[in-house]
Write a protein that binds this ligand. Structure first.
Ligand SMILES: Cc1cc2nc3c(=O)[nH]c(=O)nc-3n(C[C@H](O)[C@H](O)[C@H](O)COP(=O)(O)OP(=O)(O)OC[C@H]3O[C@@H](n4cnc5c(N)ncnc54)[C@H](O)[C@@H]3O)c2cc1C
Length: 356
């Protein structure tokens, strides 16, 4: 038996769920996800920071204002705006070099940031330490529960008539002379769609014929119970030596970057490393109890700061390589996707394969 859709999306992570939301406004969409729920891979491991100025030498993320607006818009469209906690981000400088770079950023972006010295930091956030002598306050940005976001986006897509199928693994496809794509699911069943959007995260490497030159970087986050005496609710989002995202009476801490890895499971050594790293900003974390560890694989275009959204064949698209900034790129690109499918020339050049 074969069913017919306008767009089939393979993958229910951040990329696939953002695509499902925007495409389901006007098209018949099917989402195929091998696992039993969305966001089990990279999107499930994400700490959920939407940080406009990342890096030791802070640099504004690509199209940052549009990106934050797009994030807010997709959440609002799904009735889930409460998931975005946009309180800004505090970036403690842990060394003098950080402090110099952060002060420079504050001078360069006075409308978006401010440098606060250690006295002011101690007054505002007594539990936070900044050995470099102060912190960069980033006024916009915040955090989102990524798995909850993907569930909300997919639920809204379903309300609009999209079909979301779990336990459904895209195993193959071919374009048909009639101008569509014939898709195999779980090696057996066939679907027809006008377009196929591949959003499989690190699952791209199961399809060598795609010939995609993308990097895989394993990362881990941990959830810890707030140590006694630390009021997690009063803490800001922190990003300096790793990052800290308070969540109720727990804290999500990240992260690791492993380029050589054999297995995908989280490891206790990496958990210790994260505790050590983040306790440079929040000393109380040194002895925190780890409640849960999650690992996932980020996908990235080598030597590039941009994600990838491009047509790989007439009707087949790849949407991913979101690196460490899925929250700032997936909603932004998904917003244009309904148009790009019919008008590929409208794609921002930076995110296409012909970028150089
Ligand atoms: C430790 C860690 C921390 C992070 N922290 C942040 C953060 O704080 N802020 C931020 O913005 N970003 C963060 N990121 C990055 C962010 O998680 C990713 O950019 C984003 O989640 C990637 O989404 P994706 O949909 O491309 O991939 P994934 O989330 O990996 O989703 C891909 C989906 O495709 C499915 N799939 C695979 N193969 C197939 C197939 N053949 N058919 C159908 N489906 C398939 C998978 O099961 C999966 O559900 C972090 C990443 C990691 C690893």
């Amino acid at each position: 038996m074969s069913s017919s859709f306008d767009v089939a999306i393979a993958g229910a992570g951040l990329a696939g769920s953002c695509a499902a939301l925007t495409l389901s406004r006007t098209r018949r969409v099917v989402v195929l996800e091998p696992e039993a729920e969305p966001a089990t891979r990279a999107s499930g491991a994400a700490a959920g920071l939407a940080n406009p100025l990342m890096g030791r030498r802070p640099r504004l993320a690509w199209r940052i204002d549009e990106a934050l607006d797009a994030l807010r818009t997709v959440l609002r469209e799904a009735g889930a705006e409460k998931l975005l906690r946009e309180n800004g981000i505090v970036r403690p400088a842990v060394t003098g070099r950080h402090a110099a770079a952060f002060r420079e950023a504050a001078e360069e972006h006075p409308d978006r940031t401010a440098w606060i010295d250690e006295n002011e930091l101690a007054e505002r956030h007594p539990a936070v330490r900044a050995d470099g002598g102060g912190a960069l306050l980033v006024r916009r940005g915040g955090a989102v529960d990524v798995p909850a976001m993907t569930r909300a986006l997919l639920a809204k897509a379903e309300v609009r008539g999209a079909t979301v199928r779990f336990g459904a693994h895209l195993t193959n496809w071919r374009e048909t002379p009639g101008g569509g794509v014939r898709i195999s699911v779980n090696g057996a069943e066939t679907l027809e769609a006008e377009h196929l959007v591949l959003a499989p995260g690190a699952g791209f490497s199961a399809f060598p014929a795609l010939d995609l030159d993308l990097e895989k970087i394993k990362g881990q986050t941990i959830r810890v119970r707030a140590p006694v005496g630390l009021d997690a609710g009063s803490l800001p989002f922190l990003s300096g030596s790793g990052y800290v995202v308070p969540d109720g009476d727990a804290l999500v801490l990240g992260s690791t970057y492993e380029r050589d890895f054999d297995d995908l499971a989280p490891s206790p050594d990496q958990s210790d490393y994260i505790l050590q790293k983040t306790s440079r900003m929040l000393p109380a974390l040194a002895e925190a109890d780890v409640v849960e560890a999650r690992a996932g694989v980020r996908v990235k275009v080598p030597n590039s700061r941009y994600p990838l959204l491009d047509r790989l064949a007439r009707r087949v698209w790849y949407f991913g390589a979101l690196g460490s900034k899925g929250l700032l790129t997936a909603p932004l690109l998904a917003r244009g996707l309904p148009r790009f499918l019919g008008e590929p020339a409208a794609l921002p050049r930076e995110v296409t394969l012909g970028r150089d």
